[in-house]
Write a new protein. Structure first.
Length: 174
């Protein structure tokens, strides 16, 4: 598949059903990965291939959802959604699902490239993101890319029966 965007080590392709593989499904069912996802429960039933196909097949058509590719291998996803042209802002969300590449800076690189895309290609003035307050990796990714913490939402999300905090970050166009 042709990449839509590139950064020094990564390519970004439109996420589609060709990316729905057993490997991708294994990330979604990995407890270490699931704990950071809002869409699934850590202790809930495992996602099935049909669940994943349904998710990818029904993505919001207004969103920009990319598969993150490294050395021809799908290692994660990143999306731009909740795009509000009137206000010049959008939200990003990201996942490096392949834990074998954890700590290699791919999340930081992907967030940097997609943020730049938002400012340069979508003509946005602000990009926002959120993460669980205990997700130190995601917090570091955002901070390394110049995002500033703008909010701390106490007991905001229910994760496996417990309410946890969410942090909100934003970055203004330079």
């Amino acid at each position: 598949m042709m990449s839509l965007l590139e950064s020094p080590r990564l390519k970004y392709e439109k996420l589609s059903l060709i990316h729905v593989t057993d490997r991708y499904l294994s990330w979604i069912n990995d407890p270490v990965i699931r704990i950071g996802l809002e869409s699934v429960s850590v202790s809930g039933p495992p996602s099935t291939m049909d669940d994943l196909k349904n998710y990818v097949g029904n993505l919001d058509q207004k969103a920009h959802v990319f598969a993150i590719i490294w050395k021809e291998s799908h290692i994660g996803n990143i999306k731009i959604h909740m795009i509000e042209p009137k206000h010049g802002r959008a939200e990003i969300g990201y996942l490096i699902g392949d834990r074998s590449v954890s700590g290699m800076g791919f999340g930081t690189e992907a967030v940097g490239r997609i943020t730049r895309y938002c400012f340069e290609n979508l003509d946005l003035r602000k990009v926002t993101a959120g993460c669980y307050a205990d997700n130190m990796g995601s917090i570091r990714i955002l901070e390394k890319n110049g995002y500033l913490q703008e909010g701390h939402l106490k007991f905001h999300i229910r994760r496996d029966g417990e309410y946890i905090d969410v942090l909100r970050f934003g970055k203004l166009k330079p």
